[in-house]
Design a binder for this molecule. Structure first.
Ligand SMILES: Nc1nc2c(c(=O)[nH]1)N[C@@H](CN(C=O)c1ccc(C(=O)N[C@@H](CCC(=O)O)C(=O)O)cc1)CN2
Length: 289
């Protein structure tokens, strides 16, 4: 049996179209477009591509894009000063500092300086706490995108066994929280989990976010399970995920790499930016976001 291939690119396109349709509500209420500020430090080629894509997607949605490119040797204090200016700028609804940052900059200090109510990446500890306690805040884009794909496959997630592989603050931990909120039975695993295969074999849902090419083997997957592959690993063979490609013969549904989770990250960022602007301006949005 071959798995249904989950077309994240197509799903993301539809989400971006729904966002674009509702931007006018903020414009009508406030006389201004929602604004997203993206900060890139250095010239990492992949990060440069992602930042360019974010700028293009922001403009395509009818929102304002503010791009700040700083040299790789910028001082931490200078970066913090920029974040402070963006926090205070009324035209900016969302602030995103592209990661990873150069090693001389303390990523945590920068992230915690962003106003939590403009933190459309959902990385600030206040937003992590809001997610963990069920309060309204911002949820990191990649795991929220994964959840949207999963909800599409499983209209009833409650009671399903979910295994998350990876415990990063950006994907693994928030993914676990989101699945828990959906009443899944969640097992958090990582590279030091004993007998990972045994955990994965029990899972109706597997989310792999470890950053190791082909780490999750096809024979670990329960037949019919839904597999969300968050890995984007650059190898000699091109871009590959964290899940062995043969898993598509066993799973019920699986995300491809590329074209699966990746495009959802930027689409959800557009969604979070619109939501931020709507909250700040007291505008009500449709539930389909
Ligand atoms: N501040 C942030 N930094 C980073 C985030 C983030 O959400 N916020 N996530 C990643 C990078 N990222 C967005 O920033 C991102 C990664 C991948 C894709 C994507 O569409 N990937 C394509 C493949 C494109 C390629 O060739 O690389 C796909 O999977 O189809 C979009 C955004 C780390 N940093």
């Amino acid at each position: 049996m071959s798995a249904r291939i989950i077309d994240g690119k197509e799903f993301a396109g539809r989400l971006r179209a729904r966002v674009a349709k509702q931007v006018d509500r903020v414009v009508a209420a406030s006389g201004r477009k929602p604004g997203l500020a993206v900060v890139l430090v250095g010239e990492d080629p992949a990060s440069s591509v992602y930042v360019r894509s974010k700028g293009k997607a922001t403009l395509a949605a009818g929102m304002e894009s503010f791009e700040h490119r700083l040299s790789a040797d910028v001082g931490e204090d200078e970066l913090i000063a920029l974040v402070d200016r963006l926090n205070a700028d009324p035209a900016v609804d969302g602030i995103l500092v592209q990661l990873p940052l150069p090693r001389h900059i303390d990523e945590r200090r920068v992230i915690t300086r962003i106003d939590p109510d403009k933190d459309v990446d959902g990385f600030h500890p206040v937003n992590a706490g809001r997610l963990a306690t069920g309060l309204e805040g911002f949820v990191p884009c990649t795991p929220l995108g994964c959840l949207m794909l999963l909800r599409d496959i499983h209209p009833h997630l409650a009671g399903l066994e979910a295994v998350v592989i990876g415990r990063s603050n950006i994907v693994g931990k928030p993914m676990g929280q989101l699945l828990l909120q959906e009443s899944c039975t969640v097992t958090m695993t990582h590279s030091r989990t004993r007998d990972l295969a045994a955990h994965v074999r029990q899972a109706d849902i597997v989310v792999a976010a470890v950053g190791i090419p082909g780490f999750v083997k096809a024979e670990w997957i329960k037949p019919g399970a839904s597999v969300i592959d968050v890995g984007i690993n650059r190898t000699d063979a091109g871009l590959v995920g964290d899940v062995d490609s043969a898993a598509a013969e066993v799973a019920g549904a699986i995300t491809p790499v590329p074209g699966g989770v990746g495009p959802m990250t930027i689409a959800v960022l557009m969604r979070n930016t619109l939501v931020s602007a709507a909250r700040r301006e007291g505008v009500t949005l449709d539930d389909d976001l």
